[in-house]
Design a binder for this molecule. Structure first.
Ligand code: F6P
Length: 397
């Protein structure tokens, strides 16, 4: 990461970490600020960051090196993508990082966050820096003054990214202006796409399974059944609930899978629904239309293999949870992009996977998450995760 303090580097780093981890890359953020707090203490005031303070400079250089050494060691042994989260504001520092990483055999992409919108900077200072351990026990106005002085030290030495430095992405204007220089490779290209769509507008994402289906009643999996009577009643309750929250039809976007039970659940909402095949339930292949009991009796090896490793297990001629992550990638990008609230009406396995993305749960652990029928899950993304509210909706008789 590259950029002055309070520009949203750590926020962006964590979002990238969550996204790439969800896609299956072993990803980790190395935050140099945390190394500094652990090694020299949290109570350093702005003069520690003054470029004319040689002791401060040396101490900061050392913690930066410790983080770098740990990061390269982690990449050497277990990691795939590491994010070095520090200001890295000088050409000299970046040249050193690039040389060390490339020397160890790793590809480097700089991500520069540029922002000169004072209201965003002020908001970042107030919403994240004041609660940082750096300012525990410091009175608010004093902490703000000190942090501004810290920023000013960095401004004096800041050298923005230059073309000759190699691969970089420069994100400016809160994501509206992205410059791509010399970027190549699949993961880097996905990051460009991801960062173009990232924003921090306050809106909700609502997740619900379709209403109870004829197959749910018979305890069968997959298929394309209609809703049961109770399922239709749930759709009515859902319509009432949403109307109570967002009455204006165009103020919300509704997405369903392409399966009948999801489309029928959206029908009473009185809003245009977009149908996505990518939201269809896990394809259970040769087991489609069976009950778990039947699978256990008729295909005990398959049943056992799935119980052993549900995330990687792929139904013969069907899908695994790992496959679902791949097909949900465009859905996640579109969810990130949307500035309006979105209601997703889908299915158990698909919603477990989407939920894992938003709550930062490692995808391997999503396969047994509880996503009940007739329950609305409201997620409100904020800087470091999502607020969650679950509401059980009684089918309306
Ligand atoms: O039972 C409902 C259902 O949506 C099935 O269609 C699907 O196969 C199953 O849930 C997915 O859940 P699990 O991965 O736990 O079998």
């Amino acid at each position: 990461m590259v950029g002055l303090p309070a520009r949203g580097k750590s926020y962006t780093a964590r979002r990238i970490e969550r996204y790439l981890s969800w896609l299956g890359y072993r990803t980790r953020v190395f935050n140099v600020g945390e190394y500094r707090r652990a090694e020299v203490g949290a109570e350093m005031r702005h003069d520690f960051f003054d470029p004319d303070n040689p002791e401060g400079g040396e101490a900061r250089r050392q913690v930066a090196m410790h983080a770098l050494v740990d990061m390269i060691d982690w990449l050497d042994h277990e990691g795939q993508v590491a994010i070095y989260d520090a200001t890295n504001t000088t050409l000299e520092r970046r040249a050193m990082l690039k040389q060390r990483c490339e020397g160890a055999g790793f590809q480097v992409l700089f991500i520069e966050i540029h922002c000169d919108d004072q209201s965003i900077i002020e908001n970042n200072i107030r919403s994240t820096k004041l609660s940082s351990p750096d300012y525990a026990n410091v009175e608010t106005e004093e902490a703000i003054r000190d942090f501004r002085a810290r920023i000013a030290h960095y401004e004096r030495i800041y050298e923005p990214m230059q073309e000759r430095e190699g691969a970089y992405l420069r994100v400016a204007g809160a994501g509206r202006n992205v410059t791509v220089n010399n970027v190549d490779g699949y993961v880097c290209a996905r990051l460009v796409f991801f960062l173009i769509n990232l924003h921090l507008s306050d809106r909700s994402i609502w997740l619900t399974r379709h209403g109870e289906s004829e197959y749910n009643v018979k305890e069968l999996i997959g298929g394309d059944p209609d809703l049961s009577e109770r399922g239709r009643q749930f759709a009515e309750s859902l319509g009432d609930y949403l109307h109570g929250h967002i009455a204006e039809p165009d103020a919300m976007v509704v997405w369903t899978s392409s399966l009948k039970r999801a489309a029928q659940t959206a029908q009473p909402l009185g809003r245009r629904a977009l149908s996505w095949r990518a939201l269809d339930e896990i394809d259970s292949g040769i087991c489609d239309g069976m009950s778990y009991e039947q699978i256990r009796e008729q295909m005990p090896e398959e049943f056992a293999a799935r119980s052993r490793d549900k995330f990687h297990y792929r139904y013969p001629r069907g899908e695994s949870y790992q496959d679902i992550v791949q097909r949900l990638d465009p859905v996640v990008i579109e969810l990130e992009r949307s500035r309006k609230p979105v209601l997703v009406i889908a299915h158990q396995a698909v919603l477990r996977t989407l939920y894992a993305y938003f709550q930062g749960i490692p995808p391997e652990q999503c396969t047994r998450l509880v996503i009940p029928l007739h329950t609305m899950i409201q997620l409100r993304p904020h800087a470091y995760g999502c607020h969650e509210l679950r509401v059980a909706l009684e089918p309306r008789a």
